[in-house]
Design a protein around this ligand. Structure first.
Ligand code: AAT
Length: 291
């Protein structure tokens, strides 16, 4: 409501709601897939909401986008071909573009309205689309990955919404199987993987599937993002069989990149944060069996 707060409650986090004070609603429309809302908040800048779930705020988007992009890309030498699933706001593209070794950045986002809205209201994220290496595919990622040639990508980043609505299939086995096929030997996946405080069962299911499908390494990492439910977000990092990948050691540190691509300073990611992201609380180690 205008002048009041917007509450975010969802069956994904029953019994709790999160809220931000609304200064002004800037956009509200239903796309073919979901309800898209943008509002100006009192303390976190502009906010993007899809189907009543907060996707990003201007204040803390850096933490999520920088970590989901640089955790995988700094873990391998000279990544060249990268695919983003979801991520229609462009923030992850902006981060990938910092890597000068990258030649091709494909993005597969299902909802054109998210892209248009980001270009209008979130230019600091949508700037990612301006990089000439970016190729946009407006399509369902499940279909897109199924039709991707085997071994095409060095890295795939799944920046998708929570598994309700159009992203439901993105946490299921067949999707992980087609991702593993689309990666080259020793290629890497970084998948948004919810909150360790709220979703240990979902994390367990995703980790089990990934262990069976990706025969290289599989790890869980996390970062603080204050406006996501419970204030943290996790990532599953996997590699396919091939040259071994030790995700905990950033062999391709981003700090060494200089010049135009670094015009916007990194706000959250650095090599220490990379290493720290893999340290897990004892209860998570106990409750998620394959960590
Ligand atoms: N960059 C941070 C915001 C996101 S956006 C997630 C995107 O995934 C949305 O734009 C949505 O339209 C897109 N998406 C959902 N399903 C599909 C699909 N099947 N194929 C392609 N794109 C899809 C993520 C925020 C995470 C929130 C954590 N609580």
């Amino acid at each position: 409501k205008v002048g009041k707060s917007m509450y975010f409650n969802n069956p994904m986090w029953p019994g709790e709601a999160h809220s931000l004070k609304v200064e002004k609603i800037l956009f509200k429309e239903k796309s073919e897939y979901q309800e898209v809302v943008v509002f100006e908040s009192a303390t976190y800048g502009k906010v993007l909401v899809l189907d009543g779930i907060l996707q990003l705020t201007e204040k803390d988007e850096c933490a999520y986008q920088e970590m989901i992009a640089h955790l995988p890309l700094c873990s391998i030498e000279s990544p060249k071909n990268v695919l983003v699933v979801g991520g229609g706001d462009g923030g992850v593209l902006r981060e990938i573009a910092r890597h000068s070794s990258v030649d091709l950045i494909d993005i597969c986002e299902i909802d054109k309205m998210v892209i248009d809205v980001s270009k209008k209201f979130f230019p600091e994220l949508a700037v990612g689309f301006e990089d000439p290496r970016v190729h946009l595919h407006v399509a369902d990622a499940v279909e897109f990955i199924r039709n991707t040639p085997k071994g095409k990508y060095d890295a795939i980043i799944v920046d998708s919404s929570d598994p309700v609505g159009p992203a439901q299939e993105l946490v299921e086995r067949p999707f992980f199987e087609s991702i593993a096929r689309a990666l080259r030997p020793g290629g890497v996946l970084c998948n948004m993987a919810e909150s360790m405080w709220l979703h240990t069962h979902l994390i367990q299911d995703m980790m089990t599937a990934c262990h069976e499908i990706f025969k290289g390494s599989v790890h869980y990492a996390w970062a603080s993002v204050p406006t996501y439910p419970s204030g943290v977000i996790g990532f599953i990092l996997c590699s396919t069989v091939g040259p071994p990948v030790d995700f905990k050691i950033p062999v391709n540190p981003i700090e060494k990149v200089e010049g135009a691509l670094q015009q916007r300073e990194l706000r959250f990611y650095n090599s220490q944060m990379h290493r720290a992201a893999f340290a897990l609380p004892s209860f998570v180690k106990r409750e998620v069996s394959c960590l």
